[in-house]
Design a protein. Structure first.
Length: 301
């Protein structure tokens, strides 16, 4: 299938807008149906939503697994059923007010691999239903902790009760839950009252197009101007250039030999493959006989 446009549009989403609306806005601007996003960002949050267009929609799963970076704003000494200010907040009576030194010690415990209990108001499945659906009905249920990784966690601001954190984490991490658990470690409670996703992989907020630019009479021109090649989505990977014969081999579903990658790259979980024009061919994944390309972009427009 051929598409008029193919690539990636990193959008800076404002608060109060759904990720679905962002996708619909890009689709309308380009006049296309083959459009999807690589990771939901709740309406309460602002920041980067990566929209994939045309053949680049094959990259959605890959982009969804990339580390993400956030700035989270929290209020300590209070709690809510949703762990944020979307639902009624209950203030603690005479709450503990941690010192900055105590906060720094607690923050250090949350860096690296941790087990995190998802928020009750989340999209986690429980008995075939979303947790937030059951929570809204008043159902009681227990969510099991899951493994996530906090690559970076720094305190940007702290003046009781306000706390601002800079977080880089693995996919599946709940920033609301991180604030909740950090507060609990300090002997108090906490809710999130603001969230900005500042990066998804190599896509940063300052280089993303504001959503409003993709609306109005100049929407198509703006969207086309902001459309990046699919190869920009794999900027963090090692790259191998394939000649025409190997590209043709891939197009028939062939496995590439181990020596296609350099010796230092052969233990990697993924390598970007490009053709001689530096267009993305696909992502190489380890295979018992060499390398398999998934997803495969050969035959793209």
């Amino acid at each position: 299938m051929r598409f008029e446009y193919s690539g990636v549009v990193p959008v800076d989403k404002p608060v109060g807008v759904s990720s679905r609306h962002v996708v619909d806005t890009v689709a309308k601007a380009l006049g296309m149906r083959s459009v999807g996003h690589a990771g939901t960002l709740d309406p309460i949050a602002a920041g980067v939503v990566v929209v994939c267009v045309g053949h680049a929609t094959k990259l959605v799963d890959f982009l969804h697994e990339l580390p993400k970076r956030y700035v989270g704003h929290f209020l300590l000494g209070r709690s809510s059923p949703s762990d944020d200010t979307e639902l009624p907040v209950v203030l603690e009576v005479a709450p503990v007010q941690p010192t900055r030194e105590e906060l720094d010690v607690a923050v250090a415990r949350f860096r690296g691999p941790i087990m995190q209990r998802p928020c009750a108001f989340s999209a986690v499945h429980v008995d075939g239903k979303r947790a937030y659906e059951l929570a809204r009905r008043g159902r009681e249920f227990q969510l099991e902790p899951k493994a996530v990784t906090i690559h970076r966690l720094e305190v940007l601001e702290y003046a009781w009760p306000r706390l601002v954190l800079d977080v880089e984490c693995s996919t599946g991490t709940y920033i609301r839950a991180l604030g909740r658990d950090l507060a609990e470690t300090l002997g108090t409670t906490g809710v999130m009252d603001g969230l900005v996703r500042t990066a998804v992989g190599a896509f940063e907020q300052q280089a993303s197009v504001p959503l409003e630019r993709l609306q109005g009479p100049e929407a198509r021109a703006q969207a086309v101007d902001c459309l990046r090649p699919a190869a920009s989505a794999v900027a963090g990977l090692s790259v191998v250039t394939l000649g025409p014969e190997l590209v043709e081999h891939i197009s028939r579903g062939g496995i590439l030999p181990p020596e296609v990658a350099s010796a230092e790259d052969r233990d990697r979980e993924a390598i970007a493959a490009v053709d001689q024009d530096q267009r993305l061919v696909g992502i190489l994944r380890p295979h018992r006989a060499g390398w398999r390309v998934r997803p495969n972009f050969v035959g793209r427009s």
